[in-house]
Design a protein around this ligand. Sequence first.
Ligand SMILES: N=c1c2ncn([C@@H]3O[C@H](COP(=O)(O)OP(=O)(O)OP(=O)(O)O)[C@@H](O)[C@H]3O)c2ncn1[C@@H]1O[C@H](COP(=O)(O)O)[C@@H](O)[C@H]1O
Length: 106
Amino acid sequence: MTQQSIESLYEQALNRKSKPEESSYTNYLYNKGLDKILKKIGEESTEVILGAKNTNDELIYETADLLFHLMVLLVEKDVSLDDIKDELGSREGQESRLHERKDWRV
Ligand SMILES: N=c1c2ncn([C@@H]3O[C@H](COP(=O)(O)OP(=O)(O)OP(=O)(O)O)[C@@H](O)[C@H]3O)c2ncn1[C@@H]1O[C@H](COP(=O)(O)O)[C@@H](O)[C@H]1O
């Protein structure tokens, strides 16, 4: 089975931004603008929640949809995958600092 990395999904979204294609769904989203992309993120997030309540197949399908739309959002906002990796990396070994935020316990 063919697999696709998050990096290549992001690269595709970046590539559509610099070289738009008429039949591209990614370009349809860019043309509609940020509010449309955010609406899709909201819808897809809800579908992930519903999928998780149903079957793992649905969860996997909806997570893939959400990841795709997240990559489009990051490109639209000029945020790189390295920005996200830097943020995640800065949290490594910082459990005690993160746990000071007691709100996650609620
Ligand atoms: N991974 C995806 C991907 N995941 C989901 N989708 C699209 O996201 C849409 C989500 O479905 P919905 O029913 O929620 O949305 P819709 O009713 O089609 O449209 P709207 O609600 O947005 O108006 C579908 O049209 C899917 O085709 C994706 N579209 C593209 N990709 C990747 O992006 C690449 C480039 O695609 P294009 O930009 O279309 O050339 C593709 O080769 C894929 O690798």
